[in-house]
Ligand binder design. Sequence first.
Ligand code: BJW
Length: 235
Amino acid sequence: MTQIKRIVILTGAGISAESGIDTFRAAGGLWEQHRVEDVATPEGFARNPDLVLGFYDMRRAALAHVAPNPAHAALARLQGEFAGDVLLVTQNVDDLHERGGSRQVLHMHGELKSALCLACEARSPWHAPMLDRPPCPVCAAPSLRPDVVWFGEMPYEMGRIYQALETCDLFVSIGTSGAVYPAAGFVEEARRAGARTLELNLEPSEGSHRFDESRLGPASVLVPAWVEEVLTTTS
Ligand code: BJW
């Protein structure tokens, strides 16, 4: 633990579950309530934009009723107090890392509070519904879509993420099922770089066997305990 200088952390829906945001693949999760092909692909959006805009409007509005939990706060503490580098990459489109105190977060699957204009390709901060086809703040075209990454689309910030994975000494995956690529492959990239790999998850993920260590339990308990351990053993 004393040799650790560069940490890459990947978070998924599990870190926000205890804040009251549904995960995707659990029983009763988002993909049981909505067909993934309908709401999380460009083809689904082309077929039925109202359905997709309404789905994301509902999830954006729900952010007003949730709050960060101790796992988000612990990662913010780590970013503030760890002497080396911490890159926080999230697959989540919520804003709970930022509201938990994190200042630097890479949202590889985009953000609910951002709009992407299909006419001018501008990405703009966005807080309102999109179902009523509001104008783009940059070009005024009524062509906004949620600025999120659907299946078949390229996630954001991949260059920066792979660069960090190539030089990290510790990779930690928190609350993700390991079912979706490229994020599910990050553990292999980190292993190739010689990093230690740790998974913190409620239950073994699809990729558990790829990690040096798996700790099972709720993120609100595991993450603060792990952060405390890192800060006391590396200071
Ligand atoms: C707790 C907890 C608690 C619960 N405490 N834990 C065949 C093979 C390989 C790849 C492909 C393939 N066919 C197609 C692909 C590519 C495809 C893909 O991966 N498909 C799979 C289905 C196989 N991927 C893509 O298309 C991606 N793009 C791409 O690959 O571009 C090309 C490329 C090439 C080279 C380099 C780079 C790129 C894009 C993927 C986009 C995913 N988008 C979504 C929607 C985003 C917008 C939205 O939110 O609606 O992202 S899908 C959804 O899944 C969302 C999530 O970010 C993502 C991952 O889900 P996550 O976070 O893991 O949630 P869950 O629900 O699955 O798991 C929660 C976990 O938490 C569970 O394990 C619980 O146990 C745990 N948990 N409570 C701790 N309290």
